[in-house]
Design a protein around this ligand. Sequence first.
Ligand code: ADP
Ligand code: MG
Length: 394
Amino acid sequence: MSASAAARTLFTEAFGSRPAGIWSAPGRVNLIGEHTDYNDGFVLPFALPQRTHAAAGARGDGRIRVISTFDGAPVEVALDELDDLFPAHGTADRPTVPAWSAYPLGVAWALLHAAGPDAASGLDLAIASDVPIGAGLSSSAAIECAVAIALNDTWDLGLDRVALAAAARTAENDAVGAPTGIMDQMASLLGQPGAAVLLDCRSLEGTVVDLRLAEAGLALVVLDTGVTHAHATGGYRERRAACERGAQVLRVRALRDLTVADLPRAARQLDAETYRRVRHVVTENQRVLDTVRSLRTGGAGSIGELLLESHASMRDDFEISVPEVDTAVEAAMTAGAVGARMTGGGFGGAVIALVPSGRVDDVQDAAATAFAASGFAPPTTLRAEPSAGAGRDA
Ligand code: ADP
Ligand code: MG
């Protein structure tokens, strides 16, 4: 059954009525620009064909019920309880809800704050997805954005896509408690078939950039190492803190405000580790802009080296790669990829490879063989066809 049909069926089974509509939002892959989003910098993600579907229907009683195929039991709260569930900074004795439900309920909470408490009547919501979970493909943004766009229509909030992305991010940061940037939500809401979205994470301006993959005879492949990351913890927070420290010492609002010309000064003023972190972000921002320029002038075939440089920077300067990820990059290159890099927050997750269309199977086989030789669990691979952003399906 498709995820769309699954959401519809789940709705009817759980709530005993037909949904008013079905909305969906995709997962995303970032082509280049890693750990630049929370530094006010540039990213270049695109939307995946895999989507999270939300079947929704309004209720008149001010209550919200959510259910997901992910966890068979519905979660029910009153809309006016949301502020107790998600105070801006949690108090110890607040009521708790199942962890997954903080994503959809957090979006409802954030939207009510954005649109005003009178905006909503109540809601039933059933969720089904074919976005792999915890693979760095942002199943979290997919569920948030599917819910955000469903609520925007169902409650007639009239918010634009940038405002919906901001509410989805607020849900992830303040309701779930994961300190992520806004890239994933913008990609999920602004994606276009065949294109990536150049996002300026300071101005929130999104520019659609055609990838023209078919013209170049290329395909994008995701190799998921299956090693799980935990964005909400450890390494991610530590890297963010290093970036904030670097910006503070160098007296800029965010690392976005530095260019490669500032790096010698940074080397003098920062400790060696903070300097490497800063160097990754500064050079990565430049690589995103260079990638967009290369795509426009030389086509997709001309960005391979930039992808590889990005990977080396994450591995050596930002130190967020792991052996499985490096193995996947190396296997892809050996099998004929024109470029490959880790994508996502790091400490595991997935690799994106730019591959001649006729070599896709070779790359997948090479990764499987290399993983077996290293004693790693087999990677899962998917063809990442740049696809449409969030919308109403039925
Ligand atoms: P990623 O975004 O890389 O997939 P995250 O840890 O950021 O990984 O988000 C995954 C979490 O999002 C899941 O553990 C779950 O709580 C929630 N989630 C994602 N998709 C669904 C879904 N279809 N149903 C319920 N919860 C979901
Ligand atoms: Mg996520």
